[in-house]
Design a protein around this ligand. Structure first.
Ligand code: GTP
Ligand code: MG
Length: 693
């Protein structure tokens, strides 16, 4: 059994562990919030249970969560179980809110991965399990909703094993009712203790005599369990080979050791809504989850200057900024100064709120009040020294964006401050100003993610928003060159304005941008005006003949005339703009569309669908290959027009059980002609005319 350096003696003979933290993760709607509710109920932190349907769970207390009947951010709740403190982090399951779970998992000692007992949903666990194994975070699989399970546990486990790189070790077999046709699960046999239990809704399960019909299944499952464990322990292997029944304690210790090292994934069964299997889960957590020093080691902060890790930030209407943090060393009290910032208050999370406490010790999860300069991923110490071994992973890259405007123009100043708060709460959200299209873009992980952000802006900041599909940064260029002579002459009262130039325009290779050449000989245009001609030419590139910014063109000034009194910088700048406006339409203007290099990742069984998706979006497939480090996944490399990328993630998810993903970056501009180009140009002209009207 793992023991903690922070442990203290306990009257019942067992070393008491420092407070521990478990993140509850898993696919959307698998029952994580129901499990938290049950864990809090069973441990006595709450006396009445709520349900997702009634919208009265301890977790999901925000207006956005209640409205959607889903978790929209991590909820922390503290409870005590047999004298030991636990903080549970209920994470949203939606893939679009994946940043929340990632941040919570890094701070936790263990993950409880909640899955539904459905074979065809097993793949949905893949990204979570991969993240856990990449970071070597111990995890237990809790197969929930056993009350409605229709598959056999063994079949379910085979499907789940296919997506786990660590062996899944089943620790229970269900007892099914002989009376019911559906074989309703009425209890379970614990494979280590070989005891049979009958679920007793709302109470502890009843110990019963092992039903005879279960025995063969129990024996087979127990042997499998022991064999899996023996793969990691020679002593256990010897015992099995020589037919010696290993003592119970040895098996429990082996589970604790292998779990801590992320070598195996213990599997437990239950029904969170009826508290079934929840006490068994709690016991496994109590005895087998390592103390906070193991997580500290994993994070590279072990023994470093009594650090506290901030893994979530909330901005609350009344309490202000709260930094949810795990204490990994030392003790934190109100008034302490961490990273140069004063802790204005220490609060214990209880799901739907926080209670003020005086201090927090190693292992505890607390919210630190009003540490304005502190952000998620910060490691706080009294000295404020930086730990060279600690790095917080970068947030997820945005996959879906919308152009936004405040419904009331006057709110635009408020908007930036409100969005900064939302982004502090959720760093997988980004807010940018597109310098090409002049749009404000809010980007994130998908439609739901952004819809939640809009709701928060409205509910919390009274900022109703308008949004639309963002414009594509089309450009235009020219196909051939022309020479152009233009003159600007104006006589108005005093002295007039005069400038006369001969320029030549020609196309450049793709990606070369703009060039200006001075080929004036004999001073036909004096030195001091040549810069003005260049400025004028550059300015007119902002909008070419088709209405888009012009790229990859060169302009040479090779002749001209001036007037000693009437010529000026302004006159030469104006004539340059005029010359460009006259010349560009004669140069065979052509639309250029941005093409992105895209890498789509999905399990190999979806690769054919990914191909169709990409080609259906005018994409060009370059390559596909096994995804490095991801068993069973493939990456399709392709070039896809930006215009087709906008909602690609939505279709990709619908084709891949929600787990397909992509990364993209701008690659090049490519000529677009024909009907599609005509439509784009027509649309642009419409916008420009409206703007001019
Ligand atoms: N039959 C059955 N239904 C359950 C059980 N546990 C949860 N549910 C139901 O499953 C649905 C989803 O439950 P939640 O607890 O909100 O699921 P979640 O995993 O927290 O969902 P997200 O946070 O949105 O990912 C609700 O309708 C619950 O009533 C269970 O043990 N058995
Ligand atoms: Mg939930």
């Amino acid at each position: 059994m793992a023991t903690s350096s922070q442990s203290t003696g306990n009257p019942n003979g067992r070393e008491q562990m420092a407070p521990r933290c478990a993140a509850i993760v898993g696919p959307y709607l698998s029952g994580k919030t129901a499990l938290l509710e049950s864990l809090l109920f069973v441990t006595g932190a709450i006396s009445r249970k709520g349900t997702a349907k009634e919208g009265n769970t301890v977790s999901d207390s925000s207006a956005e969560a209640r409205a959607r009947k889903m978790s929209v951010e991590v909820t922390a709740a503290t409870t005590d179980y047999l004298g030991e403190r636990w903080c549970f982090l209920d994470c949203p399951g939606s893939v679009e809110l994946g940043q929340e779970a990632r941040n919570a998992l890094l701070a936790a000692d263990v993950a409880i991965v909640v899955a539904e007992p459905l074979i065809d949903k097993a793949l949905m666990l893949a990204p979570t399990l991969k993240f856990l194994d990449d970071h070597q975070i111990p995890h237990i699989l809790f197969i929930n909703k056993m009350d409605v399970a229709t598959h056999r546990v063994r079949e379910m486990l085979d499907a789940l094993q296919a997506v786990s790189s660590r062996p899944l070790v089943l620790r229970q077999v269900p007892i099914r009712s002989a009376a019911s046709d559906s074989g309703e699960v009425t209890g379970y046999v614990d494979l280590v203790s070989e005891r049979a239990y009958k679920y007793h809704p709302g109470q502890e399960s009843d110990l019963i005599k092992m039903p005879e019909e279960v025995l063969p299944r129990e024996q087979e499952a127990r042997n499998r369990m022991l064999e899996s464990l023996a793969d990691f322990d020679d002593h256990l292997m010897e015992e099995i080979l020589s037919d010696v029944a290993p003592p119970k304690d040895e098996i429990y210790q082996q589970f604790a050791k292998d779990l801590a090292a992320d070598l195996i994934v213990p599997v437990l069964l239950g029904e969170a809504e009826k508290d079934g299997g929840v006490r068994r889960l709690l016991k496994a957590l109590r005895h087998e989850v390592p103390g906070p020093e193991a997580a500290a080691q994993r994070l590279g902060i072990s023994g470093f200057d009594a650090s506290t890790l901030v893994f979530k930030t909330y901005h609350q209407p009344h309490a202000g900024k709260l930094s949810l943090a795990r204490v990994f060393g030392g003790k934190i009290s109100e008034g302490a100064v961490l990273n140069g910032v004063r802790v204005a208050g220490v609060l214990k999370p209880k799901g739907n709120g926080f209670d003020k406490v005086t201090d927090a010790k190693t292992g505890e999860v607390v919210a630190l009040a009003r540490m304005e300069e502190v952000k998620t991923g910060d490691l706080l110490t009294a000295s404020g020294k930086k730990n060279p071994d600690f790095a917080w992973p970068k947030p997820l890259e945005p996959l879906f964006g919308l152009a936004i405007d405040a419904e009331n123009r006057a709110d635009e100043v408020k908007l930036t401050a409100a969005l900064a708060k939302l982004i502090e709460e959720d760093p997988s959200l980004t807010f940018t100003h597109d310098t090409d299209t002049h749009e404000l873009l809010l980007s994130g992980q998908g439609e739901i993610h952004l819809a939640i952000a809009f709701d928060r802006l409205k509910n919390r900041f009274a900022l109703p928003m308008k949004h639309r599909r963002p414009q594509v940064s089309y450009k235009e260029t020219i196909r051939h060159g022309v020479k152009q002579h233009s003159r600007f002459k104006r006589q108005s009262g005093g002295h007039g304005q005069f400038a006369d130039i001969h320029i030549e325009i020609w196309p450049l290779e793709r990606g070369k941008g703009f060039e200006f050449h001075d080929r004036v000989v004999g001073g036909s245009v004096p030195r001091q005006f040549i810069g003005s001609v260049e400025d004028g030419a550059r300015e007119s590139l902002v909008r070419g003949a088709l209405g888009f910014p012009v790229v990859d063109a060169a302009v040479a000034l090779f002749d001209g005339q001036y007037h000693s009194v009437d010529s000026s910088d302004m006159a030469f700048k104006t004539v340059a703009r005029q010359a460009m406006q006259e010349a560009l339409p004669q140069c065979g203007p052509v639309l250029l569309e941005p093409i992105f290099s895209v890498e789509v990742s999905a399990p190999a069984e979806f690769t054919a669908r990914v191909h169709n998706l990409v080609t259906g979006r005018r994409g060009q497939i370059l390559n596909f290959q096994a995804k490095e480090d991801w068993t069973g996944w493939e990456v399709v490399e392709a070039l896809v027009p930006q215009a087709e990328l906008h909602d690609m993630i939505i279709e990709l998810r619908s084709l891949t059980l929600g787990i397909g993903n992509f990364a993209c970056r701008f690659d090049h501009l490519q000529e677009l002609s024909g009907r599609l180009a005509d439509k784009v140009i027509e649309h642009r002209q419409g916008i420009l005319q409206k703007g001019a009207a």
